[in-house]
Design a protein around this ligand. Structure first.
Ligand SMILES: [Zn+2]
Length: 539
């Protein structure tokens, strides 16, 4: 019998106690979540640095509704771990003096290919060009990390995203993509600023041929202003060029736009970004908004002014597009019963998105031939379907008559669909066919057949020391792989008492030494860092 996600063991409702860290000294502190004026706040007190009382979610109703989908994952065993005392026990990390056992499988693994970058952005996570050292695992080291991910139990990692710095400037970039494909990753992705993809169709073609499925394209907005403000550079036409180049290919990687949202910089363009995605839906299959995390030191006023929560995003989407209300967004673990059911039917462990319900929300939009945009939750009773599926998954796992439960699920889905509210021309029958294909690479093809556009709209809120929650960290499904073959949750790698420093220090070389050893690449990067005339901000 496969291991499947189970009832939630964490605390629910408000007020509640959890653990966070001090933004100043990073020690673990008890935090109390409570409601005030319809918002969710977290209050914590450091004996040395005083009280911190910050907004976590701007809409308490949405916060509590998301919780109703919470689910425990199956855990993660990493037999390749070179640091753990017993790598055959459930993987763990330390946050301060707390040992956290990872509860969710690696739904998506990140591998930083380099901390070098062909841009120097003031809002960058990795701050690569100012670190004074180069962290750049070799091809062989990356392959070991990929093998480690494929050895995870009980669920093998099936999706990997190469990141950085700018991963496309790694000297073995294409070889690494190919290695991931050869090792059986179903989704091979790259998080990129797009500069290399914009330079030539050939680069796009090579990436596709090596096995690249998806480009997570950083995308701050649909005009030059947000790029100038956030990155001191005009970049919009570079992004357009990436799409144009990809369009030249008969088979191409798909694009997910990744806007980093900063209040006052690009929050007014949220609607236009979604409309832009629809206008380019032959190449773009989703938008994944990421409210900025505060990594450096900031004042309380700056924090209160700058904090942009997932609720704020869903409100902006409603105000700026009218496409979906905040109630039509669902948390990541909503889909966990789907993989539980698939695991039970196929009698093997499938990747389960048992991520903490407050890590991200998403919705799925359909645009019909009349130009109406309708979110899927408007014509699918998501709660009823998911809760019913959860019960069938449990029963099917124990039963020898699995086909019976496939039949029951079909009937359940039929009951949960409201044909009257569907986009123009869509029927239950067609929709079931589409849903079957949404998760696969073939989705675009199937949809083209039906002439609807569909768009995944998601929001991930990565944590910083102000909203850090140890419960969220241990339930994270986005993991970093490290050269010593550990897996570290994304937010523990980049936020709180971050692991990034430790790992990069251990595996990097001083920048001068690196330059002396890699004269060709050093020179190329020097050239690349010269901002082309058409990207310079007007003074
Ligand atoms: Zn402190």
């Amino acid at each position: 019998m496969p291991n499947t996600a189970q009832k939630y063991s964490g605390s629910l409702g408000l007020p509640k106690k959890t653990e966070s860290v001090c933004p100043e000294c990073k020690r673990v502190l008890e935090a109390e979540y409570y409601e005030k004026d319809g918002k969710v706040y977290a209050k914590k007190t450091c004996p040395e640095h005083g009280e911190f009382d910050n907004v976590i979610w701007s809409d308490v109703k949405q916060y509590l509704r998301a919780e109703s989908f919470a689910m425990d994952g199956v855990g993660l065993i990493n037999p390749s771990d070179t640091v753990a005392e017993n790598p055959n026990e459930n993987a763990s990390i330390m946050v301060g003096d707390r040992k956290l056992y990872l509860k969710t499988c690696s739904a998506l693994a990140n591998i930083d290919l380099t901390n070098r970058c062909n841009m120097t952005c003031p809002i960058c996570f990795a701050d690569a060009n100012h670190a004074g050292y180069v962290y750049e695992p070799t091809y062989e080291e990356v392959v070991e990390m990929l093998k480690m991910l494929r050895s995870e139990r009980p669920i093998k990692c099936t999706a990997v995203q190469f990141s950085g710095g700018e991963p496309t400037i790694h000297p073995r970039f294409f070889d690494i993509i190919k290695a991931a494909k050869d090792l059986g990753f179903a989704q091979v992705q790259v998080a990129s600023n797009g500069i290399e993809f914009s330079k030539s169709v050939e680069f796009c073609r090579k990436a596709k041929e090596a096995g690249l499925n998806t480009i997570y394209l950083s995308f701050d907005g649909v005009s030059d202003e947000p790029y100038i403000q956030a990155r001191n550079r005009k970049m919009f036409h570079v992004k357009l060029k990436v799409l144009e180049n990809l369009r030249q290919l008969p088979h191409r990687p798909s694009v997910v736009l990744v806007p980093t949202l900063v209040r006052g910089v690009n929050d007014h363009q949220i609607g236009d970004i979604i409309k832009f995605a629809f206008d380019n839906s032959d190449v773009i299959r989703g938008v994944n908004f990421q409210p900025v995390a505060f990594t450096g030191r900031i004042t309380r006023e700056e924090l209160d002014k700058g904090r942009f929560t997932i609720s704020d995003l869903t409100k902006c989407v409603e105000e700026q597009t009218g496409y979906a209300t905040p109630e039509e967004w669902y948390p990541v673990p909503t889909v966990a019963p789907v993989s539980n059911f698939a695991s039970a039917i196929m009698d093997k462990n499938m990747v389960t998105f048992s991520t903490h319900p407050h890590c991200g929300l998403a919705t799925y939009l359909f645009k019909d031939d009349l130009g109406n945009v309708i979110p899927m939750p408007r014509f699918v009773d998501v709660m009823r379907f998911v809760k019913g599926l959860e019960i069938y998954a449990e029963k099917a796992a124990k039963s020898r008559f699995k086909k019976y439960y496939i039949l029951k699920t079909g009937l359940l889905l039929n009951k949960c669909l409201d044909e009257k509210k569907m986009p123009h021309g869509l029927t239950k029958k067609k929709l079931i066919k589409i849903m079957r294909n949404i998760m696969s690479d073939e989705s675009k093809k199937t949809l083209a057949e039906f002439s609807w556009n569909n768009m995944f709209i998601g929001a991930m809120h990565f944590q910083d020391s102000y909203n850090y929650d140890l419960e969220r960290v241990c339930r994270c499904g986005v993991h970093y792989a490290t050269p010593d073959l550990r897996v570290i949750p994304f937010c523990a790698y980049n936020g709180g008492p971050e692991y990034r420093n430790e790992i990069e220090k251990k595996y990097s070389v001083p920048i001068d030494e690196w330059k002396a050893r890699h004269q060709k690449e050093a020179k190329e990067l020097e050239q690349a860092l010269i901002v082309p005339e058409d990207q310079r901000p007007d003074l």
